[in-house]
Design a protein around this ligand. Structure first.
Ligand SMILES: O=C(O)[C@@H](O)C(=O)CO
Ligand SMILES: [Mg+2]
Length: 253
């Protein structure tokens, strides 16, 4: 069975951020991720993770505003300088938090110039931080219209083109199902390049149980394919988070 992490941007939001770490550990998670941790001093986040005995698994490149900001700039021509300073800010945070992965967000752009920009920015970032694992994640166009990286085959193609060991796929089964119609088939196709997995139910992006993705079968497929990374719960709980954790293998729900 994979190791599970709680996405603290979306889970346990009924309490302040620094209290969510202990709640996640009590529920049976072994790790955490925060999409945009930039509003809270890294040392406070790090202390909370250590005190709860949790690994810090993933964070995103800025912008810092989860509620209203765009999703990155890496594929947007003309914003290369901003991308670089954002990336360095992410690196400083990631160092303080000992984060396993940084998700480099593409932003909103289309066409060959956007692709060339994304490749150039990712290549620069990979060389800048050769010791850090970088991920790219296709987001479904219904939730993120106009987002550059909206296709799994495109992500695979980009990873192959850049061809460095520290860039891999962030496979979010919720987006995979909405983009391809079959998260399990998408997993079989892309397991080999995946560094990080996220889960949520379809439809609705709620608890990963009882929807169109058979999660017990998906977890078995992860094991069968030899996946050794993390699986992060990244969904909007229907009620109090702890009351919806019956799906978590070995958890207290
Ligand atoms: O799936 C998502 O929405 C996230 O993993 C993300 O990083 C978007 O900000
Ligand atoms: Mg995701």
């Amino acid at each position: 069975m994979p190791r599970f992490a709680a996405n603290l941007t979306m889970l346990f939001t009924e309490m302040p951020m620094l209290d969510r770490f202990a709640a996640a550990a009590d529920a049976g998670f072994q790790g955490v991720e925060i999409l945009f941790p930039y509003d809270i001093p890294a040392r406070d986040l790090s202390r909370a993770a250590v005190a709860a005995g949790l690994d810090f698994v993933l964070m995103n490149t800025p912008p810092p505003n989860w509620a209203g900001g765009p999703r990155g700039f890496a594929a947007e021509p003309g914003l290369e300088e901003r991308f670089r300073s954002d990336f360095d800010r992410a690196l400083r945070f990631a160092g303080a938090l000992r984060t396993r992965h940084i998700h480099v967000m593409a932003g909103y752009a289309q066409g060959s110039e956007a692709r060339a920009t994304f490749v150039a920015n990712l290549s620069w970032a990979a060389a800048r931080a050769p010791h850090v694992s970088l991920t790219i994640e296709p987001l479904n166009p219904a939730d993120q219209p106009g987002y550059f990286l909206d296709d799994f085959d495109l992500a695979a193609d980009l990873i192959a083109q850049i061809g460095v060991p520290n860039i891999g796929l962030q496979f979010d089964a919720y987006h995979a199902h909405l983009i391809t119609g079959d998260a399990m088939a998408a997993w079989r196709r892309h397991a080999g390049i995946t560094r990080h997995v996220q889960i949520a139910g379809v439809p609705g992006r709620h608890e990963p149980a009882g929807g169109m993705i058979d999660y017990p079968a998906f977890f078995a497929a992860l094991d069968q394919s030899g996946y050794r990374g993390w699986v992060s719960a990244e969904y909007n709980p229907l009620g109090l988070t702890a009351q919806g954790l019956g799906w978590l293998p070995g958890g207290s729900g």
